[in-house]
Design a protein around this ligand. Structure first.
Ligand code: ADP
Length: 544
């Protein structure tokens, strides 16, 4: 017997319709290249998104056609999210920090028909335009007055494109499993892999991530989305924001500028912000230097890589800002776990409670999670057993776009994340490594992330990376690579003895190298691949 409830499809247009009707006066504030502070309402945003839908329909786009963006976070990008997906097309966001060849590969692989790009990226695309096989039209995200001279064929400014279009548009209803947006993982090895989200996965992910023990978002929040809209849909905030009726603030090209971010936080009343840890590191350095305070900021969601506890302490103790440490990935839309406190965790002594924040937290409703050994047998939640982290759920990818060769999806319907983790008796998951970064010393695993976290808690250390290097007896041993803080000095011996009593003796790195900076990937994460290449011939003192 079936239930007798309405089978209304979960479509992104449902979020837009709700926001339009019930939160129409809430604001979206952006910095763009052509406007230092653009401000309008959800009602205006969705009216313009409808104009764009009409343009695309008239241009002959078909259901599922891919339309690409190469853009920072701002109101026009937001309109494209809705104008494209709600009309039944696929919004394909591209990371402009990728290498040229990767961008060419991605655009061709996705067979993008139109490309919307910020003026800043016009020179980049002009260089590769002849290799972009299927792109018919280039839309520059500005108005005619700011339109750069360009050799891109058939180029038009976004404002001119939608200017004379009607804002009357009934977004169509279709199967909720229809593709809505596409995002490629940065692909540190091999070609980037595309994750094709659906309307259903997007709506469910927004619901799940808004929950109190996840992002805890509501109509009363003002959300600053620093995490790029080309990086897993800004962790879903352009959907969750309108769903709950939060005010949205977009930093445009200023996402890496702590002064501009602080200005937005203060003047727009931002109380919630989301970004990778390096943004918070930059922010704290700016606050320390300028003596400013971060306005009404209360909570920051930080993920993408492990957040050092020292950084969380600084934000909380000095600035009253609580860091919500989260774990996720492109294949998971991305939110999987958030480090929120359960009653048992709240009852712990303060020191243990504080230490818990280094963990990536508890599973969000909607995601199932397990750690398994090499035989795919589930490991206990004892906080000690390391295993491959697997997930499944309605917002987890079931395959990669136009790629059948992936071994990450198992026969039982689980996705192997490529992360190695522990889960403790209170249910707190902790990433100890990427499978490819884990250090295997004499057959036992050493967590590079734990060693890095400890290193950055040393007062003289700005950044740290731990990689494996070959060892004749133990196969692999950890090497600590450190960027010292400016005007601070610290020795190899001091750093190595800093580990004593904090980790097992055999975990302590065999050597320390001091460098000026660490290599980063296109998404701003530490590139261990590059480091391993750089230090591939490194010989540890014992093995010389
Ligand atoms: P890419 O790094 O390829 O751009 P993602 O943004 O999808 O792709 O990255 C997902 C990976 O980032 C996860 O599998 C995990 O290794 C890492 N990651 C995400 N959040 C955290 C976190 N809070 N702590 C440690 N690692 C994290």
């Amino acid at each position: 017997m079936l239930g007798q409830m309405m089978n209304r499809p979960l479509l992104i247009s449902m979020i837009a319709r709700h926001a339009l009707k019930w939160h129409g006066r809430r604001e979206i504030v952006s910095i763009t290249a052509d406007q230092p502070r653009h401000r309008y309402t959800y009602a205006e945003a969705f009216a313009r998104a409808k104009k764009l839908s009409n343009v695309l329909v008239k241009a002959g786009m078909g259901r599922g056609d891919r339309i690409a963006t190469l853009a920072w976070n701002d109101f026009r990008h937001f309109e494209i999210y809705y104008g494209v997906s709600c009309a039944g097309f696929v919004c394909h966001t591209i990371n402009p920090r990728l290498f040229e060849d990767q961008i060419v590969y991605i655009v061709n692989h996705a067979e993008d028909r139109w490309l919307f790009l910020d003026p800043a990226f016009v020179p980049l695309i002009e260089k590769v335009q002849e290799r972009l096989k299927k792109v018919e039209r280039y839309v520059v995200l500005t108005d005619d007055a700011h339109m750069p001279a360009t050799t891109l064929p058939n180029a038009v400014s976004y404002e001119a494109l939608i200017a004379n279009e009607s804002a009357q548009c009934e977004w169509p209803e279709f199967d909720e499993n229809t593709a809505s947006s596409l995002c490629y993982t940065s692909g540190t090895t091999g070609d980037p892999k595309g994750v094709m989200y659906s309307h259903r996965s997007t709506v469910l992910h927004s619901l799940g991530s808004a929950l109190p023990d996840a992002e805890d978002l509501s109509n009363n929040d003002t959300v600053l989305a620093v995490v790029p809209m080309f990086h897993v849909n800004a962790w879903g905030l352009p959907y969750t924001g309108p769903m709950v009726g939060a005010k949205l603030v977009f930093p445009g090209p200023k996402m890496g500028d702590p002064e501009a971010l602080c200005d937005l936080i203060e003047n727009e009343g931002v109380n919630f912000a989301a970004a990778v840890p390096t943004v918070w590191q930059g922010m704290v350095a700016y606050l320390e230097k300028s003596g400013k305070r971060p306005g009404k900021l209360q909570r920051v969601l930080s993920g993408g890589s492990a957040v050092p506890v020292a950084l969380m302490d600084q934000l909380r103790d000095k600035y009253g800002v609580e860091v919500m440490h989260a774990w996720g990935m492109t294949e998971n839309s991305p939110i999987g776990s958030v480090c929120s406190f359960s009653p048992e965790a709240n009852a712990l002594p303060r020191e243990q409670r504080d230490a818990l924040r280094a963990k990536q937290g508890r599973c969000v409703f909607g995601v199932e999670m397990k750690i398994v050994d090499d035989n795919d047998d589930e490991l206990p939640h004892d906080g000690k057993a390391f295993g491959a982290l697997k997930i499944r759920g309605p917002w987890v990818a079931s395959s990669y776009y136009k790629r059948e060769d992936s071994t990450a999806f198992d026969a039982n319907g689980w996705f192997g994340t490529g992360d190695v983790a522990t889960i403790d008796p209170l249910g707190y998951m902790q990433i100890t490594d990427r499978t490819k970064d884990v250090i295997k010393s004499g057959g036992e695993w050493i967590s590079s992330i734990e060693l890095e976290n400890l290193a950055v808690s040393h007062p003289a250390v700005a950044q740290a990376a731990v990689i494996s290097v070959a060892h004749p007896k133990w196969q692999e041993r950890p090497l600590l690579i450190v960027v010292p803080k400016p005007n601070q000095s610290v020795t190899r011996e001091e750093l190595l003895s800093f580990y004593v009593g904090k980790v097992a003796k055999w975990w302590i790195p065999d050597d320390v190298v001091f460098v000026d900076k660490l290599p980063l990937t296109a998404t701003g994460k530490l590139s261990k691949l590059q480091l391993r290449q750089q230090f591939k011939d490194y010989r540890l003192p014992e093995s010389q």
